[in-house]
Design a protein around this ligand. Structure first.
Ligand SMILES: NC(=O)c1ccc[n+]([C@@H]2O[C@H](COP(=O)([O-])OP(=O)(O)OC[C@H]3O[C@@H](n4cnc5c(N)ncnc54)[C@H](OP(=O)(O)O)[C@@H]3O)[C@@H](O)[C@H]2O)c1
Length: 266
């Protein structure tokens, strides 16, 4: 059984990945998939997505992937079913806006646990099921990082650091898995119109404001571009002209200088 595993499948980018991959038919990413395994905490949202796709070829797996027992449950399910995981998309992620001093220990733990530990753990348990397929590419991994990971971000410090982890981890993993014919694509978007901003500001009416508002994109543009990058086996996909400029800046301008200008622009 060929499957795609998507974390954070209940909303935003993950939800868009589910619907796009449902109708995919490209051997480069192991599609079509017999099943798409959708992971998130909200079973009602996952069931609604499954129903909207006709209730077939999707599996609802309600898990809080920050819990060790959830990782064990996923591992057991994989061991029982022994599927060929042809695509893994690590999309679940969160962050809290605001000064670090105002964050709770719980907020900090949640961001690191979800963005770094859970992403790594899900990859760990899926990897044994990604090799050994008789095709040019065994499997693909898409890790959703963020342009926030390029540079330290005051007032979004933990989130930005956690996304630096995702970028570094993905780039290293891509090299490690090259000989196993598993591609790893790290996607770095800027602001995207999803529930993310509402969660990060803890405000159901929040939206991107100021400078960031000028760079907001939508999932219907970002997700096809991400899938295209995975098809090509690209290691890094920075999405959007503004984010590409930021990426270049982070490579050539000393961080101290960038932070100085950021401070002055406030
Ligand atoms: N939107 C942006 O501006 C933006 C920009 C750059 C990068 N990103 C990254 O893009 C990814 C997707 O975010 P999004 O914009 O699509 O936001 P979103 O709509 O808030 O989606 C977040 C997803 O993560 C799931 N999730 C949260 N905590 C979880 C947990 N403990 N266990 C399992 N699943 C959990 C949520 O589902 P449940 O609540 O049902 O668990 C939801 O499906 C994240 O990694 C985010 O950091 C977002």
């Amino acid at each position: 059984m060929n499957i795609a595993v998507i974390t954070g499948a209940s909303s935003g980018m993950g939800k868009e990945f589910v619907s796009r991959l449902f109708s995919e038919n490209d051997v480069r990413i192991g599609a079509p998939y017999d099943e798409i395994w959708m992971i998130a905490r909200s079973s009602d949202k996952l069931n609604a997505i499954s129903d909207s796709l006709g209730g077939k070829r999707t599996r609802v797996i309600p898990l809080d992937i920050t819990l060790p027992e959830s990782i064990e449950a996923l591992s057991s399910l994989l061991s029982e079913e022994k599927p060929a995981v042809r695509m893994l998309i690590n999309c679940a992620g969160m962050g809290r806006n605001g000064a670090f001093a105002d964050q709770t220990v719980k907020d900090t733990h949640m961001a690191i646990s979800l963005n770094c530990e859970a992403l790594s753990a899900v990859t760990n348990v899926c990897l044994p099921y990604m090799t050994g397929h008789d095709s040019k590419r065994s499997a693909s991994i898409i890790n959703i990082a963020s342009s926030a990971g390029f540079l330290p971000q005051p007032n979004f410090a933990v989130y930005a650091a956690s996304k630096s982890y995702v970028i570094s981890f993905s780039r290293a993993l891509a090299e490690e898995l090259r000989d196993k014919k598993i591609s790893v694509t790290c996607v770095c978007p800027g602001p995207v119109d999803t529930d993310f901003i509402k969660t990060s500001k803890n405000d159901p009416n929040a939206s991107f404001t100021g400078f960031k508002a000028k760079f907001v994109t939508t999932t219907d543009k970002l997700i096809p571009a991400s899938i295209k990058a995975a098809k090509k086996g690209k290691a890094l996909r920075v999405y959007g002209a503004g984010q590409k400029a930021l990426h270049l800046t982070s490579k050539i301008v000393p961080t101290k200088l960038v932070l100085f200008f950021e401070r002055k622009m406030k």
